[in-house]
Design a protein around this ligand. Structure first.
Ligand SMILES: [Zn+2]
Length: 261
């Protein structure tokens, strides 16, 4: 049982507790690491993190995993520079050396030029789409967790969203997966680090709406699986991205750039 206090002491302690609560909930006390691919989703997430924590308290992490092109990594650099955020890069390509996933540079598999819905309908109950890189996002989150702790970050931001999980196209984008990884990372770091995935139940169109509020420079981002100088407009992620802007009656600003027709 707690000792009885005189009102003056109790008041002083109450004020102290209030101050501590204010300090502990103040965003500037925390640092965040954002997994940033240079695409639409993670760039919007980076903008959210900067709004909440300030650019000095945000670190972006991009991962080279042996993808067919470096175009998205160039976008990640441009986006990080725009927000004045430090960008870290790591290379985990060796992990996927044996994979035949169509996104990988050593793969002979072609990237499908059709929507995720079409791919899933034609997949004959295959567990995932052909652009699923084996447990890639689990690996990314684990790498990011190790790096985040070393950089004194207490939050790890992950841009998974509902459209990528729908139909189980990418099971490592599901809410269940995010919750399991969050639990594992909290347990494995003695609660020094947590995962936040604010878009996990959102559509890509919802993310674009948030991005418009935040003034995200989408002309700097890159989503297309094909690389090149301009988006192919035919791969699943190009189709998803176009639909997300169309849902708001908008044209993707990426197509308004001088170097992209
Ligand atoms: Zn494309």
């Amino acid at each position: 049982m707690q000792d009885k206090q005189c009102p003056q002491d109790a008041g002083a302690e109450h004020k102290q507790v209030q101050e501590l609560r204010e300090i502990s909930s103040a965003p500037t006390n925390s640092r965040a690491l954002v997994l940033c691919s240079g695409g639409l989703d993670s760039t919007t997430l980076l903008a959210q993190a900067v709004e909440r924590y300030g650019n000095d308290n945000v670190v972006a992490l991009s991962v080279q995993y042996g993808q067919k092109h470096v175009r998205e990594l160039q976008s990640a650099q441009a986006v990080a520079q725009y927000y004045g955020v430090e960008l870290k890069m790591i290379d985990v390509a060796a992990i996927f050396a044996e994979s035949t996933c169509s996104l990988l540079s050593h793969s002979d598999e072609a990237i499908p030029h059709e929507s995720y819905d079409q791919q899933l309908a034609e997949s004959k109950a295959a567990p995932v789409v052909s652009t699923y890189v084996p447990f890639r996002n689990g690996l990314f989150l684990s790498c990011a967790a190790s790096m985040a702790l070393s950089l004194d970050c207490s939050v790890l931001y992950y841009g998974a969203h509902h459209d990528d999980w729908a139909g189980n196209a990418y099971p490592d984008c599901s809410r269940e997966f995010v919750e399991a990884m969050d639990d594992a990372i909290r347990r494995g770091t003695a609660d020094q680090l947590r995962v936040e995935a604010p878009f996990v139940t959102w559509s890509k169109a919802d993310i674009v709406a948030e991005g418009m509020r935040l003034g995200v420079p989408y002309e700097l981002t890159w989503s297309c699986y094909e690389g090149g100088d301009e988006p192919c407009g035919q791969c699943a992620t190009c189709i998803d991205r176009a639909r997300a802007f169309e849902a708001h009656g908008l044209v993707d600003p990426l197509y308004m750039r001088k170097d992209v027709k």
